[in-house]
Write a protein that binds this ligand. Structure first.
Ligand code: COA
Length: 190
């Protein structure tokens, strides 16, 4: 995927790009700054400290079955990750499970919308059929965001206090136009 660049409302330059293994130390730092509410909403428990092992699991993954993005801004020559999203293949090659996490100071700036849209696009490109997510029942922002992207919210999830959100993904579109366009360009050069 190509990196996406834009400016936040305060003018900060932001970049959305795939997560790299080398992001691990700064990802750990950002996780350490999360409020207990964000920790609970993302990990379903108010994790006190993120161990190196946890951070390693989040940053060193198999790219064939997992996809992870980060949003970064530049500070003193470093790319500081402050938001991200990922999906993991459920193992059947059809379904994947997503999660999102936006740093507290950056919430409510439509970054969640952007990440979720990009995750959906990548899952479609990989030919996956369904995306699902577990959301705490009182996480109104995430439920609203999921609904806005067409997810169905299952109010009868087995686990108390958790809702399952699911989205049927369309089949990937054959990339006929770029191919046709390249052919036309070659033809024009003859
Ligand atoms: C939930 C989360 C991903 C949303 O991302 P975000 O960038 O903050 O949200 P966005 O700015 O894209 O807005 C999403 C929608 O939620 C709404 N919203 C934001 N905060 C809200 C709140 N406290 N209550 C209700 N709705 C809220 C926004 O108005 C927006 O709706 P709109 O599209 O109609 O304007 C983010 O807040 C977050 O990471 N929270 C902590 C971790 C978490 O909950 N992860 C989800 C587990 S899968």
């Amino acid at each position: 995927m190509k990196p996406q660049r834009w400016r936040a409302a305060d003018g900060t330059r932001l970049t959305l790009r795939p997560m790299l293994k080398s992001d691990a130390p700064l990802v750990k730092e950002s996780l350490g700054k999360l409020s207990s509410e964000s920790r609970r909403n993302r990990f379903f428990s108010a994790i006190r400290e993120f161990s190196d092992e946890t951070v390693h699991r989040l940053t060193h993954f198999d790219t064939a079955t997992e996809f992870a993005l980060v949003v970064v801004h530049a500070e003193k020559g470093k790319e500081i990750p402050f938001a991200g999203g990922r999906f993991v293949d459920c193992g059947d090659g059809r379904r994947c499970e997503f999660s999102l996490l936006i740093g507290d100071a950056w919430q409510g700036q439509r970054i969640g919308h952007r990440i979720l849209r990009t995750l959906i696009r990548e899952a479609v490109r990989r030919g996956l059929c369904q995306m699902e997510g577990q959301v705490l029942a009182d996480n109104r922002a995430m439920l609203k965001l999921a609904r806005a992207h067409g997810f169905m919210v299952d109010n009868n999830s087995e686990e108390a206090g958790v809702k399952l959100v699911t989205l049927d993904l369309p089949s990937p579109q054959p990339r006929i136009w770029p191919r046709l366009f390249r052919k036309m360009l070659r033809f024009g050069r003859k």
